[in-house]
Design a protein around this ligand. Structure first.
Ligand code: ADP
Ligand code: MG
Length: 320
């Protein structure tokens, strides 16, 4: 299929005819802003055999790409609105159809639209990229650098489920009836858009990050940027089921990536309000520790249930 046919057939319907997309018929997209608004922008690139396998198919690949991008917007507290797509065209028609379907399912759920992109031929090695745009009131976005000493540390959802799903997909482990839950966590993460917007709206947090490289690694980013030390109770870290840690070391669970949950800080006085948000949104939010003034370079202290320090070696997945 020719490039323009592909764009017309599969990508134009994803614009929902919004004006920003200019019908994919001009050189640029165009985003209007109100005076008191800011755009927040994030980009992700995924390459075959590193971030996805071609055999996963277009639906899963597109879904995860867009969902993980949405998770970056969640980490800012903004409302996601538009995205642009970098697409490597291949000759597998079914792949193209399913890729567009994956995007459609996710964008309908989060009420966002495609506004442009670029298409190239790269049939031997696929890669895809999304740039996503969110809108937020000026100076309201959640920032890694804005946690404060004595703030509580919260995390949404469960940690390690996506890693369990990855191991299941590689036939390395089996959780029987829970396999589906873990596989879904791996392929279809749940970006915490609503939670982040609720935190911003109610001034309950200044600082958040989404867990993409691993709970420890991403928490460390907050510590580095806010110049704080984190004290974490290992047994408070939320797991889907206790038995996951009998098969996978807890230290692996908290240093594996792709959870796409939110770690955020909040003032102690707002503990009840945070619990109310969890109830209102019907999600799990767990208090896992607190920040204190940084005293040493090792910026996360892990405690066991007897408050004894736990030694650990690695923070998480590192991009080499
Ligand atoms: P240029 O030659 O300037 O790069 P193109 O001819 O590639 O422009 O693109 C024409 C139009 O189609 C543009 O509006 C562009 O945003 C849109 N477009 C191209 N590829 C994609 C894609 N993968 N997803 C969405 N829109 C696309
Ligand atoms: Mg182009």
């Amino acid at each position: 299929m020719k490039e323009f046919d592909l764009i017309n057939k599969y990508f134009k319907p994803l614009t929902n005819n919004i004006s920003a997309a200019q019908n994919l018929a001009d050189d640029c997209a165009k985003i209007s802003l109100k005076k008191d608004e800011e755009l927040v922008i994030s980009k992700d690139v995924m390459i075959e055999d590193v971030h996805f396998l071609r055999k996963d198919g277009g639906y899963k690949i597109a879904s995860k790409l867009l969902l993980s991008n949405l998770s970056d917007i969640a980490a800012s507290g903004a409302k996601p609105v538009y995205y642009m797509l970098g697409y490597s065209k291949n000759n597998d028609e079914i792949f193209n159809v399913e890729f567009a379907q994956g995007l459609k399912t996710v964008q309908d759920k989060f009420k966002i639209s495609l506004i442009g992109g670029d298409t190239i031929n790269s049939p031997d090695r696929l890669f895809f990229s999304i740039t996503i745009f969110g809108i937020i009131k000026k100076n309201k976005s959640l920032l890694r650098k804005d946690a404060k000493a004595d703030d509580l540390i919260y995390v949404s959802g469960d940690i390690g489920s996506a890693y369990a799903g990855l191991l299941i997909s590689q036939n390395k482990i089996n959780f029987e009836e829970d396999n589906k839950h873990y596989l879904d966590s791996h392929y279809f993460p749940n970006p915490q858009i609503k939670l982040a917007q609720e935190l911003v709206k109610n001034n309950l947090s200044k600082c958040a990050i989404d867990v993409s490289d691993g709970f420890l690694a991403d928490l460390k980013h907050i510590c580095d940027e806010s110049n704080l030390e984190a004290i974490i109770s290992l047994n408070q870290i939320p797991l889907y089921k206790k038995n996951i840690s009998t098969k996978i070391d807890i230290l692996d669970l908290i240093s594996a990536g792709d959870d796409y949950q939110l770690i955020f800080s909040a003032n102690k006085k707002d503990r009840k309000k945070i619990n109310d948000v969890a109830k209102k949104l019907k999600i799990k939010i767990s208090e896992v520790g607190y920040f204190k003034k940084a005293q040493n370079i090792h910026r996360i202290t892990l405690l066991d249930k007897n408050n004894k320090k736990i030694n650990y070696k690695k923070y998480g997945y590192e991009h080499r």
